[in-house]
Design a protein. Sequence first.
Length: 387
Amino acid sequence: MKPGFLVLLLLLLPAAMAPAAAGEQRPRARAAGVIIGSMAPGPHNAITDVEGVGVGHATLTEGTRLHTGVTAIVPHAGNMFRQRVPAAIVVGNGFGKLVGITQVQELGELETPILLTGTLGTWKVADAAADWLLRQPGMENVRSINPVVGETNDGYLSDIRARPLTPALVEQALTTLSTGAVAEGSIGAGAGTVAFGWKGGIGTSSRRLAQADGGYTVGVLVQSNFGGDLTIAGVPVWKQLPDPAAQAQSLKAPPPSTGDGSIMIVVATDAPLDAAGLQRLARRALVGLARTGSVMSNGSGDYVIAFSTAKENRRDPEVAVQPARSVAGEAITPLFQATAEATEEAIVNSLFRATSVRGHRGNAAALPLAPVLQALRRAGAVQAPAR
């Protein structure tokens, strides 16, 4: 790592970053009383509520020049190449880069963790991940591997052409995993993202189905970096917000606030779904995206990666197995609702938790929560804080 580069694995800001507001707290949406949807979350209200799923971040900051990083989502703690999980990818709008997409679409399975990063770091992250994975025990004779790496463009807040990500950062994201609470906001792959003209980032949420519906869990993690008219719990809060460019007091140019931009959405579930069922599930994440005010514009890269951790559906490539079992018919509808709700809340959490950043081409202010909560209270969309 070059001198002066600071790897942050905690949700902290360097002194060069502007504060969100004097004394302002950055709670998650639900902690502020904003309850999205009707289904209950899991204990952490995070993708890690799906048993076995881990999330790791590595964040690289250097003054105002670099705000980038890597986020890893690991479906289970075993050797994923030897215990592959059913998976599917849905493309809402394809203006983006997603390494490994065709093999997942063809075979309907994941054989590696999922990594998220900035656009021009995509291939460096994929290369470093492949190298690390091939060095793991039991991989000595492997001659093909399919790392899955998605991106959004952090080139407004970070010097994207520097391509500063190193194998050490990728390894850090893959090995410093949390299976409980997940750090959100301006961290990991969300360090340099902008959403709706405000600071975007990493967000997560989950939903747990009633026992009558199977008792399954759906968890979602997002990397928000897109635009539109910010809507929360059905309330058009964008009408009550100040101009984000003025709030950012930009150094050179206003932050992007048009509909262009991108989002990566990762959906995990312990429900036994095959690739076809997961593709149907992934499409419902786009319902949650739309509820926040996105229209998936021409310049937006909107991708959903969905996988199932159900142990009975894991596959060893060297052992013949029966076709994966899958929830079907009307029984899948509650999973659809859970996915839409968790995606919407994960996006809102990415904004609520993100902190202001002074960046390479300008600044991105944190979403001002006071007017947002005021608008939501007037609409009756704020309850007594739950968690």
